[in-house]
Write a protein that binds this ligand. Structure first.
Ligand code: BDR
Ligand code: CA
Length: 309
């Protein structure tokens, strides 16, 4: 199994990334760390514990990381995820504890204890990852790869050109890229292929478990805000594509290319400039996910929900 740490900001789709990683035997989920993003850190951390509680996932350490981006202040995505970042279902009290360590300490301990390099799956702003690479560079050779949901080869969603996770912390993207760590970007260009159709929601509802019904409430809320915000009746389940690609690389096609983050720009700060035509001739520094095998992806999500309680 591939050992991973999930760094996340739940967030409706983050919850499914956690569930997929915990349920699928091809993944060894070693820890979960949280970051301010979709909601304030207190919410994303609480929501992580709730996501695990609901699905009966325990024994995986959860630690809180950065409250906001490296520069500027956090602007949570309440228009998509609601004021508590997990709008829709009634949220139970979590029974899963919060680790006393910071995210940076927990990641360090997990990397040092693992007999093999560990992949970091990041489904929020890259703040925690960038701080780790910047402040504990000696740990980099223990990181197998960073697989990040964020950015886009084309359009954005926080601004016309910037995707939300990228827009929240552009400096963190550039620090991560410049570190030379093995980096994969799963952007909006692929995540908008993972549409939560009525059929998808009905299939999950039919599973009939506690996890499934909580999950469907999340998906219904998420689709309703996507309808309002982006006129999309079927919202895109962005984050779990990262984990799905580690389980089964055939889930997505990829290209090697060059990414640089737009750090200035009066209109375009946070855009990920992906040089798909190599016009700049710069060395490639990233793998970018392109085409999703939609059926394979939803089959993995379906299986995961079925496996959990
Ligand atoms: C990303 O931003 C958040 O709203 C989602 O959880 C996902 O990580 C999509 O732009
Ligand atoms: Ca997220």
């Amino acid at each position: 199994a591939t050992p991973i740490i999930i760094d996340c900001d739940p967030g409706h789709d983050d919850v499914f990334a956690i569930w997929l990683a915990a349920a699928n035997p091809a993944i060894d989920l070693l820890a979960i760390t949280t970051v301010g993003g979709n909601g304030l850190l207190e919410h994303t951390t609480l929501n992580t514990r709730i996501a695990c509680t609901v699905a009966g996932i325990d024994g995986i350490p959860i630690a809180a990381g950065a409250a906001g981006p490296i520069e500027g202040r956090l602007r949570p995505a309440d228009w998509i995820h609601g004021a508590n970042a997990l709008g829709g279902p009634v949220l139970p009290e979590p029974t899963v504890p919060l680790d006393e360590r910071s995210a940076q300490e927990l990641i360090r301990d997990v990397l040092l204890a693992s007999p093999e390099p560990v992949t970091i799956v990041a489904t929020g702003p890259l703040t925690n990852v960038a701080i780790l690479l910047r402040d504990q560079p000696d740990l980099q050779d223990r990181i197998a790869a960073v697989v990040w949901m964020g950015g886009s080869t084309a359009r954005g969603n926080a601004t016309p050109y910037a995707e939300f996770n990228a827009w929240t912390d552009p400096e963190a993207i550039q620090i991560t890229l410049d570190s030379g760590v093995d980096f994969t970007m799963v952007g909006l260009n692929i995540s908008h292929q993972a549409l939560i159709t009525r059929d998808v929601r009905d299939r999950i509802a039919a599973i009939g478990t506690e996890t499934a019904s909580f999950g469907v409430e999340l998906l219904e809320f998420f689709c309703s805000t996507y309808l309002k915000a982006e006129n999309m009746p079927d919202g895109p389940l962005h984050d779990p594509i990262t984990v799905a690609m580690l389980i089964d690389p055939a889930v997505a096609t990829t290209v090697r290319t060059r990414i640089d983050a737009e750090l200035t720009g009066t209109e375009t700060r946070g855009a990920t400039c992906v040089d798909l035509i190599d016009i700049l001739g710069r060395p490639h520094n990233a793998t970018v996910a392109m085409e999703l095998d939609v059926d394979r992806f939803w089959a993995l999500i379906d299986d995961a929900v079925r496996t959990l309680r």
